[in-house]
Design a protein around this ligand. Sequence first.
Ligand code: NAP
Ligand code: MG
Length: 481
Amino acid sequence: MSGEPMSWEYAPAPESRDIANLKPAYRMFVDGKFVDGTGEPLKTINPATEEVLAEVATASKADIDTAVRAARRAYDKVWGRMPGAERAKYVFRIARLIQERTRELAVLESLDNGKPIKESRDVDVPTAAAHFFYHAGWADKLGHAGYGPNPRPLGVAGQVIPWNFPLLMAAWKIAPALACGNTVVLKPAETTPLTALVLAEICQQADLPAGVVNILPGAGDVGAELVNHAGVDKVAFTGSTEVGKLIQRSLAGTGKKLTLELGGKAANIVFDDAPLDQAVEGIVNGIFFNQGHVCCAGSRLLVQESVADELLAKLRYRVSTLRLGDPLDKNTDVGAINSKAQLDKIRELTESGDSEGAQKWTSPCPMPDKGFFFAPTVFSDVQQSMRIAREEIFGPVLSVLTFRTPEEAVAKANNTPYGLSAGIWTEKGSRILWTAQRMRAGVVWANTFNRFDPTAPFGGYQESGFGREGGRAGLEAYLDV
Ligand code: NAP
Ligand code: MG
């Protein structure tokens, strides 16, 4: 199916923004209460319209200190001593409340982040709830997790998360920490603080003891202050490799336990025997899901030379049918880029692809006249040395390279400083296993891509970081083992 895309007229199908219960101002959550921060308040915007959504309190150095002390008290007096079976009830309640408030959280996430409502509704929020359900189940079974008969928590966890999956990343961080008996001080990203603050309301609704979870909005300096605070025993960071390196350097020698989930430049490998129409769906999901703001995005397509032309024609046709626009419209496939800064970064790297001689194809989709949008883009004739093959673009831009033999595919796939994920498309089970064994990547998907499940450990090799989140392996990061 190549050639001109058919024309499908859709009626607008917007979700109502009233469901988000948006408030003009949000406060931070410390010691079980919403309080004014003494930092400079920030304004969070809707990247699809550039309008200000709300003013949000931020933490000063003194506020960080207050929150860490509250977390310490809660750890020493209540949470660290509570039997796992009791902790489980709170974690389970949080999961149930996320489910009850799913629509509100999904609309709020799409407003603050720019991601399509069908993603926040069908992926982010249900997966966040799933992380709390899954970890509620572990809280009273830690003695059977393979870390000794009575593994102890670490204490106070300082956690810093990025803007691409704001609620889901908060869930990835908070659920295992609480299940293992730790208390938490979490800093959401500057551009997407709102759903983490609704999660704080949910903690209140669940009657979580004061100080067990504290949420401190702010910019990078709040993150730096938090991870370096002497009262923090464990640091969990998800974000860029650049900031991850800074944190690792500043924590060296402090004895704090550290996990880093950083960037990626995943290879999505299509062999000549792959079912191409299915592979096209997986390629599209791999790089255009969440506007490509996915650390494990399949941003490098490696396709076997003999099927490259056929696959590219099918891919361009399919990408040209993606609907870009209003994130709250239920028919939208590609939403807004989260910030002007990220849009500038995507443009700059795309220009480098042009000037280094790759062939650019851009979807002819109509573009909204306001907001931060970037049309889905596919570069072919990409060489390994080009910046678009090496650097993380973190946007809806795919770089296509070709290979002739499986050995060449493996060599090219592993030729990256990162190692977070990889994809393999082939009809042969033996080829899946042969290739997967050779991938230097934490997650390898076969004939699918971007599948997330709380039972499966997620994490990187090399500059994609260390430590695992999810599954039994993910508990280790929050236990004194
Ligand atoms: P970033 O700049 O590293 O920011 C991540 C978080 O760290 C934000 O909350 C940020 O605050 C904060 N921060 C900034 N400077 C800091 C410092 N010196 N010390 C402590 N915290 C600091 O990353 P980003 O650009 O927002 O996110 C995109 C990157 O995250 C990509 O590279 C992506 O691959 C990676 N990522 C990885 C995963 C994973 O699981 N491996 C998941 C999602 C994203 P501000 O918001 O104020 O900047
Ligand atoms: Mg925002």
